[in-house]
Design a binder for this molecule. Structure first.
Ligand SMILES: [Zn+2]
Length: 252
């Protein structure tokens, strides 16, 4: 992963604030990618992008993350903690080229969903229905379809439920970072439930808060020293923080 400098964080915040969640996630991951893989982040399994976002978060704010989720039992707020290291350990389990799935004497060839797939599915009006959206995603990720009698199936709908279920399960286990699920128990009502930790949204919130803070810093230093935005952004993180402490009177 390559580290992002302050100017890049500000640019990403500017460019992506009105974008879709998928476009934001991809823009951040692409900026953080070191370019050693010939496959662009948009075409890698979704979990590879999650891993890039976790590394970016680690570089921006360290490994410890705290997030909140609503309790389905009492509608209160449940806080949970995770570390980037623990989640990144799951990256080793991602299977970029999964083996065929045996089905009735034939094999179903498939691949893990990528962000390009997610974006393509999200652009279809039918995907507003989550069940239909899941089917569209499955359809895009099937490389070869054969029915029990050996004839080609026309779409994922033609596959028996058992095969569709097996494929969905195989996809989840081949990319454990595509959807990060956490088991929680509400401390107030005791309700036990599983929640999704939306890593992309969490990291975007971090970039947003960084972007806002940078603007405030630029404003304060421009007022005090007459420096331009470019000059303030050229300062190192620690130097900028020191000047801010001088301006606010915290540094004697
Ligand atoms: Zn509760």
């Amino acid at each position: 992963m390559r580290a992002l400098h302050a100017g890049e964080v500000l640019r990403l915040w500017d460019e992506c604030r009105d974008a879709s969640p998928q476009t934001r996630a991809l823009a951040l991951a692409t900026a953080a990618d070191d370019g050693t893989s010939p496959v662009p982040p948009a075409d890698r399994p979704v979990g590879r992008v999650t891993a890039l976002l976790l590394r970016l978060r680690n570089a921006l704010a360290g490994p410890r993350m705290a997030a909140t989720v609503g309790c389905p039992g009492c509608h209160g707020t449940v806080e949970f903690r995770a570390t980037t290291e623990a989640l990144l350990a799951l990256e080793d389990e991602i299977v970029d080229t999964p083996p065929p799935l045996p089905h009735g004497g034939h094999e179903v060839l498939w691949r893990c969903p990528s962000y390009r797939d997610l974006q393509a599915v999200a652009a279809q009006p039918e995907a507003e229905d989550p069940e239909h959206g899941a089917l569209l995603l499955l359809q895009r990720c099937l490389l070869s379809l054969r029915q029990e009698d050996g004839t080609a199936a026309q779409s994922a709908v033609d596959l028996p439920d058992t095969v569709r279920g097996a494929l969905t399960e195989a996809m989840a286990s081949a990319d454990p970072l595509a959807e990060v699920l956490v088991d929680l128990r509400c401390p107030d009502c005791g309700y036990a439930f599983t929640a999704e930790f939306d890593v992309a949204a969490f990291v975007w919130a971090e970039v947003e808060s960084r972007g806002r803070q940078l603007l405030l810093d630029i404003d304060a230093l421009a007022r005090s020293y007459g420096w331009s935005e470019h000059e303030v952004l050229a300062l190192s993180e620690s130097r900028r923080a020191s000047y801010i402490r001088i301006v606010t009177g915290e540094l004697p």
